[in-house]
Design a binder for this molecule. Sequence first.
Ligand code: ATP
Length: 235
Amino acid sequence: MLQVHTIVAGYGVIEALHGVDLSVAEHEAVTLVGPNGAGKSTLFGVISGLLRPWSGQVVFDGHDVTRWSAQRRALAGLTLVPEGRRVFAGLTVEENLRLGAYRRARGKDVTARVAEVFDLFPRLAERRRQGAGLLSGGEQQMLAIGRALMGRPRLLLLDEPSLGLAPLAVREVAGALTQLVRAGVTVALVEQNAAVAFGVAARGYLLDRGEIVADGPVEELRDDPRVHEVYLGES
Ligand code: ATP
């Protein structure tokens, strides 16, 4: 579904990615791990269209999308949930979800999608009329993911969904992501929390200083000493 070919990208004169290859198959859940500053967010920026690569190619669903805007990619089903839970605090849970639908979607379709998101995240259904600002951190993250799902993405890119959450909320978000994958959504995940990364994804890539230095099934990756180094100090 997604193929990233020899991506070179950076900021100003700083080259942050030195020729990265990565692929995600339909219905697959893939994780991208690596130390701070490795280039994970940069790569997600290139894939989602927020950052133009210096060279290389991003192919989504058979189309070369390298020069497509982020909005055009999102309309084609390639959606990024950026780092940090960005919800509209003054609106209710349901209003936040409805805002996630495309303008051209019909009211009936939007209502059906809201119901799908509530099926996936019953906690959000219970709080549908509550202000989003009153939700816990984990619930806000679920809402941010739910809002992205309103566009019926074919590939969801998640940048650090567990960042800054309390341990219980981390488990809840991990559970929600696992359900999402079971429901057939294709997922690519950047995650600092090893339990989440390796619990949700089946396959992973280790990015270090702008290069992929290891990749394979998570069972193999989690035993790789270089991966241990990244997660040093974590459980
Ligand atoms: P983290 O986990 O800390 O977010 P990361 O793996 O996502 O790290 P990136 O944020 O992609 O890494 O950063 C890759 C490199 O690019 C780093 O050296 C970083 O300092 C640099 N960089 C990132 N964003 C910018 C920017 N807007 N301007 C200049 N340099 C940047």
